[in-house]
Ligand binder design. Structure first.
Ligand SMILES: NC(=O)c1ccc[n+]([C@@H]2O[C@H](COP(=O)([O-])OP(=O)(O)OC[C@H]3O[C@@H](n4cnc5c(N)ncnc54)[C@H](OP(=O)(O)O)[C@@H]3O)[C@@H](O)[C@H]2O)c1
Length: 326
């Protein structure tokens, strides 16, 4: 697969979002199915694997990733995150979320960052994390403090590159002044535009962009007609039956365009993202090997300027009804 640069880190244009592999996110899943999916992703070249200490209970997602990459560590860029899976007895601050899920609480205090990293390294069974993100800025802690502690992990060889997730342009600028930031990971897809100031700051500073939920939690594949029990989308207003139906209607022109181009809506959503900037990469998640192969093939799709203009016109001011997740 073609590669792209996140700061000085080279990754495939399409990676793999591992959140989907833990139970309680997109419904139930067992480790056998999860292992098959992640193995299929690695075999097909989606070797940038995005996990977090907060995915699944008690580090489930990191442990699963660790088991699958054992014996093939050199092939994989391991990205993980800290700050939302709290350490026992430590305080935390609430952060706003746009869905009726568990309250999201964060602790990004510098004094805890090494403990988070050591826990993730143990879960993953590796010596160093390739790309380590602060999962969400802590409203009670200066970002300089969090990033300063991350920088000392780089100095000591526990972490190779630093990332930030769910940040603003100003937070990125302040953090980058402390230590070079390789990547920002924010939601970005056809139904959630990236913040223009953040994109401008990332371009100016040479920071890569990792688009989370690039398929709009599955919506942009055009296959979601409803969500079942145990699926977090049940609590997301974007997926309420009323909003889902209206969103599907409003998205119809893009599905039609995909059919006309001979690609799937998922492929068009991913190819469109990759055409927004040379330093954007996508990390779609899937439990289904056929979907994983379909998604990876999007890296080879070239969209000409007139097609991109038609997509933008079809998208118009399309943004999900039902607000945002974060
Ligand atoms: N930093 C953050 O705060 C943050 C927040 C959310 C997510 N993330 C990262 O972003 C990654 C991806 O996000 P996500 O999993 O929420 O959303 P996503 O990648 O936009 O969508 C995943 C959903 O799309 C479906 N899907 C994938 N490919 C498909 C295809 N070709 N055809 C039909 N359906 C398809 C999957 O179902 P199947 O399993 O059936 O294919 C799954 O239900 C996560 O794994 C995580 O690493 C980060």
């Amino acid at each position: 697969m073609t590669t792209r640069e996140l700061g000085n880190l080279e990754v495939p244009a399409i990676g793999f979002g591992a959140m989907v592999l833990s139970p309680g996110v997109y419904g139930d899943i067992d480790d056998e199915r999860a292992t098959t999916a992640l193995t299929a992703a690695l075999d097909a070249g989606a070797t940038h694997v995005d996990t977090s200490d907060a995915y699944g209970a008690d580090g489930h997602n990191e442990r699963l990733v660790g088991k699958v990459i054992k014996g093939r560590r050199d092939e994989v860029v391991v990205a993980t995150k800290f700050g939302l899976a709290l350490l026992d007895g430590e305080p935390a601050r609430s952060v706003p979320v746009g869905y009726a899920f568990n309250e999201l609480r964060v602790n990004g205090e510098g004094r805890l960052v090494r403990t988070y990293a050591e826990r993730s390294l143990r879960n993953l069974g590796i010596d160093a994390i390739d790309l380590y993100y602060a999962h969400y800025p802590d409203p009670g802690v200066a970002i300089e403090e969090t990033v300063g502690a991350m920088a000392s992990l780089v100095k000591d060889g526990l972490v190779k590159h630093i990332g930030l997730s769910n940040v603003t342009a100003s937070q990125l600028r302040r953090a980058h002044a402390v230590h070079p930031i390789a990547a920002v990971q924010n939601e970005w897809s056809m139904w959630r535009p990236v913040d223009a100031d953040l994109l401008a700051a990332a371009r100016e500073l040479g920071v890569g962009l990792v688009a989370w939920s690039p398929l709009g939690n599955g919506f942009l594949t055009g296959t979601v007609q409803g969500v079942g029990e145990g699926d977090f989308r049940r609590n997301a207003p974007r997926f309420s039956s009323e909003n889902l139906s209206a969103n599907n209607d409003r998205y119809a022109p893009v599905r039609t365009l995909a059919a006309e181009l001979g690609v799937t809506p998922a492929q068009l959503a991913l190819a469109w993202l990759l055409h927004q900037d040379p330093h954007v990469v996508a990390i779609p998640g899937s439990r289904t090997p056929a979907h994983i192969e379909e998604n990876i093939a999007a890296a080879d799709i070239t969209l000409h300027a007139d097609t991109l203009a038609r997509i933008d016109q079809a998208l118009g001011k399309f943004e999900a009804l039902g607000g945002t997740l974060l």
